[in-house]
Design a protein around this ligand. Sequence first.
Ligand code: SF4
Ligand code: SF4
Length: 472
Amino acid sequence: MTRYQLATEIFSLPRGREHIVYAPLQRTSLLVNDAALNLLADIAAERSLPRDSRTREVLDLLLELELIGPKSGRRGAGPTGPTRQPDAATPHERPAADVTPIPLRPTACTLFLTTACNLRCLYCYASGGDRPRHLDERVARDAIDFIVSNAVESEVGEVTVAFHGGGEPTLAGETLVHCVEHARRRCREHGLELSTGVATNGVMGDGMRDYLADTMTSVMVSVDGPAAVQDRLRPQANGGPSSAAVERTLERLSAGACSVGARLTCTSDTIEHVPAAVRHLAADYKLATIHLEPLFACGRSLHHDLQPPSADRFVETFRRCRALAAEHGVTVVYSGARQPSLAHAFCQASAPSFNVTSDGDITACYEVTGRDDPRAETFIYGAYDPAQRAFAFDDARIAALRRLTVDDAPRCALCFCKYHCAGDCASKRLYPGGEESVIARCQINRRLTRDQLEDALMGTPVPAGVEALTKG
Ligand code: SF4
Ligand code: SF4
């Protein structure tokens, strides 16, 4: 029997004749040979170890790196590994609700000002513009007051107010401006910092362009590439082209004080144009990030027979775009690849985040914008009560949302990405019929996370003596 045990979760990934041994929670990755990997496997399986000096040398190094430790005698749930990657993912079942009330004190809100839209994007997840509804300004102000009072009570020095979809927020421009003014006033009264953000389709008048450029902390513009692609996928409501207006917006925002990002949705028949679009965006505008995502087939895309690109094609395109944008100092990101950070949840939905729909409901997910969404029972967890001028929450739904973490995702248990993609987007996972796309996203997540892991591995100084792990 060995005197050692694994001190943390360890994963192994083949790399040529060697293996990457990865301990995400220790932020440690190493290249090792078969012998060192087998030694770790023996320790994990509690098998007896060879007693030669070479083994001793490797054990000392693993102890120093805190990948193994002296055996504590405790058994049961503990570190696992080294494990190999699962080939596929299966949908994860939502845990049963626990009804323990837990206070909710958000200090950030996202306001879905309207479901009206001036575009009719062929893949719109929310079918924006089909049934216009507008958020009552009083509800929006009360949401801002709620987060401000939470920040004051919890002594958090800042609040965030953002404007997002269901439609195009700048179409409710007057409400948007009033909300920002209200938030500024309330923050001044309480000595709080204010961050503001907006996700927009970029089609707006010059007055709104100026306002966003000079007022917002950050602006994310959806744009799908060369004019022919943009105008086909993201036409105006009257069928007209949208590309020229979006380019004008990017130009104005680039000259402003806000941080600007661009988001491109890739389909199977537009992905060939994505590198050219990324080159243009990175070279000609002042962007902080360019965000690439494969299409997720839902909403309006189901009526237009649009398909996501294959995982292979997306990964290959992403790598190319990353290199092209890097020449201009711009970072290309994809939501499922985030090796540099550790997380138990993919996004704030499990916090849950405080997003107010145009109907005054509270949703944890940007993609679930109304009660008619099949995932509404999971993500809509509260509503505005006009009589009380307050928000009422469903404690059972909050408790269930808080369990939407990677710790409750059995399919992720053996995946080296588990503390990075953290189970990926719960909303996509719970979308009826989304299984294939979810599996493709897992493939993308693993390959792009592995790229980041290899970059980190190659850029990290080699600890003294570590060659002992790769020598024969
Ligand atoms: S994706 Fe956005 S811009 Fe396009 S139709 Fe939907 S809400 Fe409007
Ligand atoms: S951790 Fe991410 S990539 Fe891995 S199985 Fe889970 S969702 Fe898929």
